[in-house]
Design a protein around this ligand. Structure first.
Ligand code: SAM
Ligand code: SF4
Length: 482
């Protein structure tokens, strides 16, 4: 797999097909095309869907024009994400006119809200399945084959798909996602996730560890543990702190991290996303203790004004956030930190926006994902506040912080000049067949000469040049397998 740009995994892969190799057997005759939008969790879910449907006789294809079934795994997080999917559905409609038996279905976060409009009113979909209904897909597809429409958008309090072994995307064979929990109980006022993905629930730690073992046996060298708020992972204990089974151990996120880190020193561990209100010192301690847990934390701040943070219902202040940043640096001095920022939230004044700018200047994040506020149906903000920052102001504020962040990212990369870092090789560089790319522990992309190196190997690279998005260097050491 080739290097697809900077660290924005999601944006670079939007609309990518879930292509699974070697599934075209005699039993797998029906052709399935899956396209995914949105966060890493959606990409990970598409792997679960592929697994369920391959067991039901489907083979995945990379070209939607060849498919018998097209499934679009959707995202509702911002309006433009939804618009992209709706545009894409028009292409599939065109194909359906030529291939009347083609089944077009929608999965994921847009399912619940748009089911009536897209299935009954506009009739552009045959099937709709919400994030907790994927086990039902074989049955739903049968219903469609019998000539009816099929919808299941029920959310569950238990479903974690723990027993389903995901079929990996046409991945690089080096890094993979492992979902450790689903849903979210936080109710940030801008966010649609609690409504589209339901209540928070954690997955059995044993199944997570087994998945990690399976991955390393199959040649993978890096896993990213996924959840909307991983610091709130809990097993065998309720949200109120009551132990469920006194004979079994309680596993919180720090313990889970440790268990996965112990699978193999050759397996790198990353995780996403941390919530500033829940990031505890024991997680930082565990990160510091294991070399194979990467020195990288994604810690979304969203805003630098306490009034805005309160309106966002984030559960922390800027003082708290900055203290957590200091704690990270105390435990893991080399740790890279990235963030998410929303500008133009309801009522955001010039002063409040400037506080966000000041916080970003103060922390100097290594990387940031920056968004204009987009009002989402049903959310607390939609019900309680007015989306009153004019579009031109949102656009100019966003551009200003993007420009500033670019400088901060460049500064962060410049600090690496003359230093050596350990890199896991992921594949061939987009720009040249003669170069490979990988990432260092801090999640920066590093480019170096190909020579006789292969993906999945660890090397040391002495950094001698950089841009704001990429490090360049010379290989100084190749590690042998442990
Ligand atoms: N659970 C993670 C957290 O709390 O940090 C992030 C989940 S969300 C998929 C990713 C990011 O999208 C958020 O951190 C936020 O910055 C952004 N986001 C969510 N809702 C948004 C909205 N209504 N408008 C603009 N950006 C939004
Ligand atoms: Fe949305 Fe907040 Fe949950 Fe993140 S923590 S998914 S922003 S509600």
């Amino acid at each position: 797999m080739r290097y697809k740009g900077n660290k924005v995994i999601e944006e670079g892969k939007q609309g990518e097909a879930t292509l699974v190799n070697a599934t075209t057997t005699l039993e797998n005759t029906k052709k399935l095309y899956i396209e995914s939008y949105g966060c890493q969790m959606n990409f990970s879910d598409s792997e679960i869907v592929a697994s369920i449907l391959i067991n039901d006789g489907y083979a995945t294809v990379a070209d939607y024009k060849e498919a018998d079934v097209i499934l679009v795994n959707t995202c509702s997080i911002r309006d433009n994400a939804e618009q992209r999917v709706l545009n894409r559905l028009r292409n599939f409609q065109g194909l359906k006119k030529k291939k009347p038996d083609l089944i077009v279905g929608m999965l994921g976060c847009m399912a619940e809200r748009l089911k009536h409009e897209l299935v009954e009113k506009k009739k552009v979909l045959d099937l709709v399945a919400g994030p907790d209904a994927y086990r039902d897909l074989p049955k739903l597809l049968q219903t469609v084959e019998s000539g009816q429409k099929a919808v299941n958008v029920l959310l569950s309090r238990e479903e974690t798909y723990a027993d389903i072994s995901p079929v990996r995307l046409d991945a690089n064979g080096v890094s993979a996602f492992i979902s450790i929990m689903r849903g979210c109980d936080n109710m940030c006022s801008f966010c649609v996730v609690p409504f589209t993905r339901g209540r928070e629930r954690s997955r059995d730690p044993e199944s997570i560890v087994n998945e990690a073992k399976d991955l390393i046996e199959n040649g993978y060298r890096e896993v990213t543990l996924l959840g909307q708020n991983v610091d709130s992972y809990k097993w065998n204990i309720t949200a109120k702190g009551e132990i469920i089974n006194a004979e079994e151990p309680v596993v919180k996120f720090a313990e889970l991290l440790e268990k996965v880190a112990m699978v193999s020193p050759d397996l790198r561990i990353r995780y996403s996303t941390s919530h500033p209100k829940d990031l505890t010192n024991d997680v930082l301690e565990t990160m510091a203790k294991y070399e194979n847990i990467c020195d990288y934390i994604h810690l979304p701040v969203q805003a630098g004004s306490n009034e805005i943070l309160q309106k966002m219902n984030r559960g922390y202040t800027t003082e708290w956030y900055l203290e957590r940043i200091s704690a990270i640096k105390r435990y893991i001095p080399e740790c890279a930190i990235s963030t998410d920022v929303i500008i133009g939230f309801c009522g955001e004044t010039d002063e409040q926006y400037t506080e966000t700018v000041d916080l970003m200047k103060n922390v100097k994040f290594d990387f940031a994902y920056m968004f204009k506020y987009s009002e989402r149906p049903k959310t607390l903000a939609e019900r309680n506040y007015s989306d009153d920052v004019p579009e031109e102001i949102k656009a100019s504020r966003l551009q200003a912080i993007i420009d500033m962040q670019l400088e901060h990212s460049h500064l962060s990369n410049k600090k690496m000049l003359g230093k050596t870092c350990k890199v896991l090789i992921e594949g061939i560089s987009k720009r040249s067949e003669e170069k490979l790319f990988g990432r260092n522990s801090q999640n920066s992309v590093v480019i170096f000469d190909r020579d006789d190196l292969k993906k999945g190997e660890y090397i040391d690279v002495l950094i001698d040049d950089c841009t704001s998005a990429t490090l360049f260097g010379k290989v100084t050491h190749k590690y042998t397998k442990r």
